[in-house]
Design a protein around this ligand. Structure first.
Ligand code: MRU
Length: 345
C-alpha cells in the first residue's frame, strides 16, 4: 500500500520523530537523545496512537541502555521501563512493548551482544507492526464495498502506527483495490487528531473525504449518509469491550440506533487479556488547557472548570466485529477472542 508515511527515524543513537502536534501546519522533527526525551514526546502527544507509542517506547529503552550501559544494562532497562510506563495509561501497547523489551533482556542477558539484540527487538516491533497493518487491512477491506460512506474517528492511520494504520489502513487498502469510497472524518475534539492528522493523511493519499465536527455524526447517520464505521482501539479486553479516543462510545450508540455496522480494527498488541471487561480499563485524564485552548487561543473563559477524559469505553454489544492480524472476530467476543488467542490451552 502506498500510504506509508515516514514519521520516525532511528540512526543508532537518536530517535527522530515527526512532531504530530505541529501537523498539518508544518512538518517538523524532534530529536530524542535520552529516555526523558522519549517520555516527553509520548506524554505530550508529539507522537501518539497506540501502536506507535509502543514502538517509540521500545526505542526509548534502547536509548537508555546505550547511554548508561557502563552503569549496568539491567538497571538502565528497569529505569527506562519505570519512567516510560508512566507516560500514558490507556493504550496497552506501551506496556506490551516494554514487557517485550524486558523479556528480550531476560532471555539474552548473558549474550555479549545484548545491546544489539535489544536494538534489533525494537526494530522488530516496528517492522512487525507494518506487516500486521497490511494483514488487518486485507481482512478489513473485505467489509468495504464501492459506494460506501465510512465514518472514522481520531487518527487510526499511518501516523498512529509503524505502518499503514488500523482503521485507516482498511480504507487505504479498499482504495487501492479500486473501491470508490467517501470517508467522513470526525474532527475529534479536543486534540483534533481527525481534523489535523486524518485529513492530512487522506489528502496525501488522494482519498475523498469530508471533515465533520463531532456533533454532526448522529444527524448524518440518521440521513443514511454514513453506512459503515471503522475505528481503532487503545485496549481491547477479554469480553470484546474496548477503549478508544473519547467520542467513540457515542458513535457506537448512534450506530446501534441506526443499524450501522461498527468495526474495530486493532493489532494483537492492543489486546489486554488480563482484564475481563471494559470498565476495568484505566482512563487517561488530560489537562484543562487542551479543552480551553485551540492553537494557543482560548475558546472559553480561561478560568473555566474542565473535565477532560482522553478516552471512553465501548461495551461489546455495540460492536459488529473486531479485526486483528489473526482474522475477524465475530460476537460473542469472549469465545472468539479466547479461540483466536488460544486462551485456556
Ligand atoms: O490520544 P491518542 O491520539 O494517542 O489516541 C489515539 C486513538 O485513540 C486511536 O484511535 C488509537 O490509538 C487506535 S489507532 C492506532
Amino acid at each position: 500500500m502506498s500510504a506509508i508515511i515516514k514519521h520516525i527515524e532511528w540512526d543508532g543513537r537518536i530517535l527522530k520523530v515527526l512532531d504530530q502536534k505541529r501537523l498539518p501546519k508544518e512538518e517538523q522533527w524532534l530529536e530524542c537523545e535520552t529516555v526523558e526525551d522519549v517520555y516527553r514526546v509520548i506524554k505530550d502527544m508529539n507522537i501518539r496512537g497506540a501502536p506507535l507509542i509502543g514502538i517509540v517506547a521500545a526505542f526509548g529503552v534502547v536509548i537508555n541502555v546505550k547511554n548508561n550501559k557502563s552503569h549496568g544494562i539491567e538497571k538502565a532497562i528497569n529505569e527506562a521501563i519505570a519512567l516510560l510506563s508512566q507516560a500514558r495509561p490507556t493504550a496497552v501497547n506501551l506496556f506490551w512493548a516494554l514487557e517485550r523489551m524486558k523479556a528480550t533482556y531476560v532471555s539474552n542477558k548473558r549474550n555479549k551482544d545484548i545491546v544489539e539484540i535489544l536494538e534489533q527487538e525494537a526494530y522488530k516491533i516496528w517492522e512487525e507492526d507494518v506487516q500486521i497493518s497490511e494483514k488487518m487491512a486485507e481482512y478489513g477491506a473485505r467489509f468495504v464495498e464501492s459506494g460506501d460512506r465510512i465514518l472514522t474517528h481520531c487518527n487510526a492511520g499511518a501516523l498512529a502506527t509503524g505502518g499503514y494504520g488500523t482503521a485507516l489502513g482498511v480504507i487505504y487498502k479498499a482504495n487501492q483495490q479500486g473501491k470508490d469510497i467517501l470517508v467522513y472524518v470526525d474532527e475529534t475534539r479536543p486534540v483534533l487528531q481527525g481534523a489535523r492528522l486524518t485529513c492530512w493523511e487522506l489528502n496525501k493519499a488522494g482519498i475523498k473525504y469530508k471533515l465533520i465536527s463531532d456533533n454532526m455524526a448522529g444527524f448524518l447517520m440518521s440521513q443514511r449518509k454514513i453506512n459503515k464505521i471503522f475505528v481503532g482501539a487503545d485496549r481491547i479486553v477479554k469480553n470484546g469491550g474496548f477503549a478508544n479516543k473519547i467520542g467513540t462510545y457515542s458513535l457506537a450508540c448512534l450506530a446501534k440506533k441506526h443499524n450501522i455496522p461498527f468495526y474495530v480494527v486493532a493489532p494483537s498488541s492492543s489486546f489486554d487479556l488480563n482484564l475481563e471487561n471494559e470498565t476495568q480499563i484505566p482512563i487517561e485524564y488530560r489537562s484543562r488547557e487542551e479543552v480551553i485552548f485551540i492553537n494557543e487561543k482560548p475558546i472559553a473563559p480561561v478560568d473555566s472548570n474542565v473535565e477532560n477524559p482522553a478516552f471512553d469505553v465501548t461495551p461489546p454489544e455495540l460492536v459488529t466485529a473486531i479485526i486483528c492480524e489473526e482474522g475477524v472476530i465475530d460476537p460473542p467476543f469472549t469465545e472468539g477472542i479466547s479461540r483466536i488467542f488460544n486462551l485456556g490451552k
